[in-house]
Design a protein around this ligand. Structure first.
Ligand code: GCU
Length: 872
């Protein structure tokens, strides 16, 4: 039975491919839950937990020895002068909604103190007292938080010099212990730094790490770590099943600006619990900004009525160090909603006073209510959004005009480079650099290079197309040395399974950030530091203002992200934007411990599921560098045959399928996009023999019979790769079942349901794409040489040629032959197999499970044989 997202529409119908036969594969870790409904029997007090605390759940430490140690080392919280430094609050009637469990605080140290009380109370399973005055010497077990300004103990124990090294947002955590006697100091130069340190300390307990010999010094590599919250599109966490919609008259967005119907009276300045949970979660991983509206911006966000609501939101987020920004529309000044303060089209001259004056007035209006408002994100001349080019100006003119208008207010402009004007070049991937590169290179009257002002960031997606599951890095990284550049990553899973597929994006971002750009200086010498991460954090080319932006996935669903595992992507984004050198597997392990369990087998198993999940998705959606094969209606399922009004929106434009092969030639024999990279990468990507195979079709049209590194021909390898992606999802589904005893009931069953849908939809990707490619290759699916291919011996005959894409196989035996499978012959010797069931008679059914560990993780296939007797 195929259960797909389309047919299911959110209903909960758990179905397994082979009910009752899931036990025993070596590929699935540990015992496998056998009875449906067993979860219900095991329901514990928190069996109905819905995921709404994200990774800040603070369950009691389960290991008694560790709990005892933690309790010895932590007996009190000391936060001196917690209430002294009140953050700005604009909105007098700011209030939590009645019945809320979160609460509003007015200082960052109060936020830190309350987090410790909540976190330690939960983890240690007993209340931890708070002291405001430590006396002469901190008591044993005290955890002290503050700055040298707020806290006498911090002043006594942490020198100003030591703190200087961690900057504004960094922190120190130091143990002053002798044996079990002693205390811990968490200090920052700012209260926000101290808050980050507090979360880092709690994370150590949440992940069962030692807390007694600490000498931690941390500071972020990137200065602005922001979310772009697309509140109306690509939001897969709205709390009803139809996607972005919401219940009770709310839309699906996390922040409620338009409460009507049953939600009337619940829009801002009423603060809902989830706003504070999101703020705490963002701060816990060091995020410090949020642009709250979609890049296709609605001007309503600039009206006084909305600004009043934004101010209330900013008030609530401010203690957590999170600052607000807005997306704007370039022609907003002409919107009649701003009458009488409106401009005509003629007045939209970026060099003129009227245009600049208008933006300055609007920004001042915002700043009057939100003093720390950070600036604007702009999508201009992109996908129908207006921009300077509509008036004969270029991106440099437009960005600089608004930047100059807001610079005196200390604000910045994040100007997106996601542009692809078809007149610029036939190859969409080349257009952004062609539109921005020359402005970066332009010599200025004062002799310097680069026209963009200092308070402009060019915000560029990691890859040159549009958040595809695997892209080469964008060639602009490293090429824009005279311009501030912000990296944009997509956390919301538009092209990576939305809210249905389990896909951990940490490894994808790690791959991009650790890619060598081979950037050179103006004299052609290779830079010392030249990974994409070095470009982004400014160390490659000496930029001091740096930014990473994540298109966010927060909605008003109970668990805030739709899929429970999508929480991991938000977590990983925060950690990687703080320190891009981190290992995504370590981040996953932290998240699993904080979110699911600290039990070793659970951590190991879930981390393993997560770590292969992205490569599996690449495999069943767009293997070997295939780009954008999504149906246009929702960007979830496949439609490789689709041809849209715009060429460069069409899957056929990207796949270029023909009788010779598949893929887009962007080498010097094709569009020559490869020339936009620095020479080493240009040469590597430009040559079909040296390009990494996982980027093959981004750069080359590949012949169906090309010999791949495995020795197989391209066609065979391609089909097997699609199959492997699905086979990994099968492994995840079986493996998740094995975790049932260790996972709380509600979340277990919600993930289980999603994995069933995931497996079916992955199969749909495989079949839709392969069947379409077949029309061009004229070849059949390969059968006997795949990673999980087998032959079987039944009734004395060896039978093979089983297409691993099929869900079952009909076998016809001659009269008198036994239906027993007497032998299984795998193609690959590394394969393990198990006969899960046998047919005793004919007609009957036998199931053989085949599994192996492949390059991105375990893969599993159940061969279901329907065995019949030949009619005489
Ligand atoms: C993608 C997405 C759009 C979005 C665009 C952007 O194309 O589908 O919804 O507006 O990216 O980044 O601006």
């Amino acid at each position: 039975m195929i259960i797909s997202r389309r047919t299911l529409l959110g209903a909960v119908v758990p179905v397994t491919a082979a009910t009752g036969l899931v036990a025993g594969t070596g590929a699935a870790a540990g015992a496998v839950g056998r009875e449906e409904g067993a979860a219900a029997l095991r329901t514990t007090a928190d069996g109905d937990y819905d995921g709404s605390d994200l990774w800040l759940r603070y369950v009691p430490v389960g290991d008694p020895g560790l709990l005892r140690k933690y309790r010895e080392s932590v007996t009190a919280v000391i936060v001196e002068n917690a209430g002294r430094k009140k953050v700005h609050r604009h909105t007098p009637n700011l209030s939590m909604a009645p019945g809320s469990t979160e609460k509003l605080v007015q200082t960052t140290l109060e936020a830190a103190r309350d987090e410790l009380v909540r976190g330690l109370g939960g983890l240690l399973d007993r209340a931890v007292p708070v002291k405001t005055d430590p006396g002469d010497k901190p008591s044993d077990g005290a955890v002290i938080v503050g700055t040298r300004d707020s806290s006498r103990i911090v002043r006594q124990h942490i020198s100003a010099d030591d703190l200087t090294s961690v900057g504004d947002d960094g922190y120190l955590i130091r143990s002053f212990f002798r044996g079990t006697q002693g205390f811990t100091v968490i200090a920052g130069n700012t209260e926000v730094g101290a808050l980050y340190g507090t979360f880092a300390f709690l994370r150590r307990l949440q992940t069962h790490k030692s807390i007694t010999r600490l000498d931690i010094s941390e500071s972020p590599r990137v200065r602005h770590r922001h979310l772009n919250n697309w509140e109306t599109v690509r939001l897969y966490a709205g709390n009803n099943a139809s996607g972005t919609g919401g219940l009770n008259g709310e839309n699906g967005t996390i922040f409620n600006f338009t409460g009507t119907g049953e939600s009337a009276g619940r829009n801002l300045p009423v603060i809902l619990d989830r706003y504070i949970v999101a703020a705490r979660a963002m701060a816990s991983v060091g995020m410090n900004g949020i642009t709250i509206n979609l890049v296709n911006a609605d001007n309503v966000y600039l009206t006084p009525e909305y600004i009043a609501q934004e101010a209330a939101l900013a008030d609530a987020l401010r203690p957590y160090g999170i600052k607000l920004a807005l997306s704007i529309n370039y022609t907003a000044p002409t919107d009649p909603r701003f009458a009488p303060d409106t401009l005509t089209n003629e007045q939209l001259d970026p060099h003129g006073e009227e245009f600049r004056g208008w933006w300055n007035r609007r920004a001042r209006l915002l700043q009057a209510s939100i003093p720390d408002f950070t600036g604007f994100t702009v999508k201009a001349n992109s996908e129908g959004q207006p921009g300077p080019q509509d008036f004969g100006d270029d991106h440099g003119d437009g960005a600089n005009a608004i930047a100059a208008a807001v610079a005196p207010l200390g604000m910045k402009i994040y100007w997106r480079t996601f542009v692809y004007n078809a007149d610029v070049d036939e190859d969409r991937l080349k257009r952004a650099y062609l539109e921005f590169g020359y402005i970066n290179d332009e010599r200025q009257p004062d002799g310097t290079r680069g026209r963009f002002l200092d308070n402009v960031f060019l915000q560029t997606k990691n890859g040159p197309l549009d958040f595809q599951a695997r892209e080469p890095i964008h060639p602009m990284f490293g090429r824009m040395e005279h311009t501030n550049q912000a990296l944009e990553l997509q956390i919301t899973q538009e092209y990576t399974g939305q809210d249905e597929m389990l896909c951990y994006l940490g490894p994808m971002w790690e791959e991009a950030l650790k890619t060598d750009t081979y950037a050179r200086d103006e004299r052609g010498r290779l830079l010392d530091k030249r990974l994409m991460g070095h470009i982004v954090d400014g160390t490659a080319q000496g930029h001091s203002d740096t930014a990473i932006v994540g298109v966010a996935n927060l909605g008003n669903a109970d668990n805030l992200t739709g899929h429970h595992f999508s929480q991991a992507n938000l977590f990983a984004f925060g950690r990687q934007s703080w320190d891009w050198t981190l290992d995504s597997a370590d981040i996953a392990a932290d998240w699993v411990r904080m979110t699911w369990s600290n039990r070793k087998n659970v951590v190991g198993t879930i981390v393993k599921m997560m770590m292969g999940s992205w490569e599996a998705l690449v495999s069943y959606q767009t293997p070997f560098g295939m780009a954008h094969q999504f149906r246009s209606s929702d960007h979830y399922g496949p439609n490789p045959a689709e041809r849209l009004a715009r060429d460069d929106w069409s899957p056929v434009y990207y796949n270029k399928a023909d009788s010779i092969g598949l893929g887009y030639d962007r080498s010097s024999t094709g569009s020559d996009f490869t020339a936009q990279y620095f020479p080493t990468l240009a040469a590597r990507y430009g040559d079909i023999d040296t390009v990494p195979e996982n980027l093959l079709m981004w750069f080359h049209h590949v012949r169906w019979d090309r010999r791949m590194r495995s020795g197989r021909i391209f066609w065979d390898e391609l089909v097997y790769r699609y199959q492997m992606g699905v086979q990994y999802v099968t492994w995840m589904r079986l493996t998740w079942d094995s975790l049932q005893p260790s996972i709380d009931a509600r979340r277990f069953s919600e993930v289980k349901t999603k994995l069933t849908i995931h497996e079916a939809d992955a199969g749909d990707w495989r079949d839709t794409c392969v069947n379409y490619w077949k029309e061009f290759s004229g070849r059949d699916n390969p059968a006997d040489n795949g990673p999980l291919s087998i032959k079987i011996v039944v009734g004395g005959r060896t039978i093979g040629a089983f297409d691993p894409s099929a869900s079952s196989y009909r076998i016809t035996l001659p009269a008198g032959a036994s239906p027993k499978i007497t032998k299984v012959i795998p193609a690959d010797r590394a394969t393990r197999y198990e006969i899960l069931s046998q047919a005793d008679d004919v007609p009957g059914q036998a199931i053989v499970r085949v599994a192996k560990e492949d390059f991105f993780g375990p893969i599993v296939k159940d061969y279901v044989f329907v065995i019949e007797r030949a009619h005489p």
